[in-house]
Design a protein around this ligand. Structure first.
Ligand code: RUB
Length: 311
C-alpha cells in the first residue's frame, strides 16, 4: 500500500481525477491481496488504515476522499452480514461504481463544455486558454475537435515547478489541436496580446461557498480574466466537492517539497511551494459539471441532489 501511495504522492499519478480513480483501485487491490487470509474485522481495520495513508498523499483532493469513503461507508453498513468473499466482491463493485461515476461525469462535462466552443468563429481564430494539466479540460477540447470544430487554438501555460502544462500541450498536439505555449509569468501578456476568448481550468476541490481550488497560478489567471473581460470557467465533476466545508471545515492547501523549486538551494533560504490556490466565486462565470453549467455557489445543492449518500 505504501508503494502505491508513493505513486500518488510523488505525482507519478497526477491530476485530481486520475488520483481519485487510482486511489480507489489501490484500496480495492489491497483488499483482494490481504482479504483471504484475515477476519472481516481485521480487514475493515486494515482498510481504514489504508484510507488514512491514501488521504495523506495529497491534502487537497476531495474526489479521492469521497471515493475512498464511498467504499468504506458502504462496507461498514453491510460487513456484519457478509462472508469474506462477499465483502471482497462488494469492495470491487463499489470501486467500479465510483469509477463509472467519474468517467460518466467526464463524458457529460466534455459534451456540455464543447458546446461553448463555436463551430466557426467569425475571425477563424477562437482562442481558449488553460492552466496546468486537467484531464477534464482536455476532454472538452478533444470533444470539440472530434465534433469537427477546427477553428480554435489553445494557449497552455508551462505550470512551474512540475511543468504539467507540457502534458497538456503533448496531448492536444497529438489530437491535432494547435497550441501556443507560454511561461506562467506571461499569463497576463498572452491574454492581452492574443485576445484570448475563453479560459477554462480544472479543479481539485470545490467548497460550499463556491470557491474552487486549483493549481497555483489559477487565481492569477482568474484576475487577468477579470481585468481583460474574458469569460472564466471551471470544469469539474461534482465529486470534487468537499462536503465538510459546509460544516465550516476549511479545505487544506497542499504544500509541496521545496526541492521541487530548487534542488540544491543555498542554505538558510526559505522556499514556499504551495501546490494550489483558491479562486473565489466572484471570478468564476460558471462551473461546468455533469449536472450542467451553473454558478459555483450552487454546488452543494447539485451535489446533494446527485449524490445524497455522500453527504
Ligand atoms: C493538477 C491540477 C488540475 C486538477 C484537475 O495538479 O491542478 O488542474 O487536478 O485535474 P497536480 P483533472 O498536477 O498537482 O495533481 O481535471 O484531471 O481532474
Amino acid at each position: 500500500m505504501l508503494k502505491d501511495a508513493e505513486k500518488i504522492k510523488s505525482l507519478e499519478i497526477q491530476g485530481a481525477s486520475n488520483v481519485a480513480i487510482s486511489a480507489i483501485q489501490f484500496l480495492s487491490d489491497y483488499a483482494q491481496r490481504i482479504g483471504e487470509t484475515i477476519t472481516s474485522e481485521d480487514l475493515f481495520n486494515k482498510l481504514v488504515e489504508a484510507n488514512t495513508i491514501l488521504f495523506q498523499t495529497r491534502a487537497t483532493e476531495p474526489a479521492l476522499r469521497n471515493g475512498l469513503n464511498y467504499i468504506t461507508n458502504r462496507l461498514k453498513k453491510k460487513i456484519d452480514s457478509l462472508s469474506i468473499k462477499e465483502i471482497l466482491e462488494l469492495i470491487a463493485s463499489c470501486k467500479d461504481e465510483y469509477k463509472l461515476l467519474m468517467q460518466n461525469s467526464k463524458k457529460k462535462i466534455a459534451e456540455i463544455g464543447a458546446r461553448r466552443i463555436p463551430d466557426v468563429s467569425t475571425d477563424d481564430n477562437f482562442i481558449i486558454m488553460t492552466h496546468c494539466h486537467s484531464s477534464i479540460v482536455n476532454a472538452i477540447l478533444l470533444e470539440a475537435k472530434r465534433q469537427g470544430k477546427d477553428h480554435f487554438k489553445v494557449v497552455a501555460t508551462e505550470t512551474q515547478p512540475r511543468l504539467q502544462g507540457k502534458k497538456t500541450v503533448r496531448k492536444l498536439l497529438d489530437a491535432g489541436i494547435e497550441v501556443i505555449h507560454v511561461i506562467d509569468s506571461a499569463m497576463r501578456w498572452v491574454v492581452n496580446h492574443y485576445e484570448v476568448d475563453l479560459i477554462i481550468i480544472g479543479a481539485d476541490s470545490i467548497t460550499s461557498e463556491g470557491t474552487i481550488i486549483n493549481k497555483i497560478g489559477s487565481r492569477l489567471l482568474a484576475l487577468v480574466a477579470h481585468e481583460e473581460h474574458v469569460p472564466f470557467y471551471v470544469a469539474s465533476p461534482l465529486l470534487k466537492y468537499n462536503p465538510q466545508t459546509s460544516f465550516g471545515i476549511l479545505e487544506k492547501i497542499e504544500m509541496r517539497d521545496p526541492k521541487e523549486v530548487w534542488e540544491d538551494a543555498p542554505e538558510g533560504l526559505t522556499i514556499l511551494n504551495p501546490a494550489f490556490e483558491t479562486v473565489s466565486r466572484r471570478y468564476i462565470d460558471g462551473l461546468i459539471t455533469e449536472a450542467g453549467i451553473f454558478a459555483s455557489s450552487h454546488v452543494h445543492n447539485y451535489f446533494a441532489k446527485l449524490y445524497p449518500d455522500m453527504l
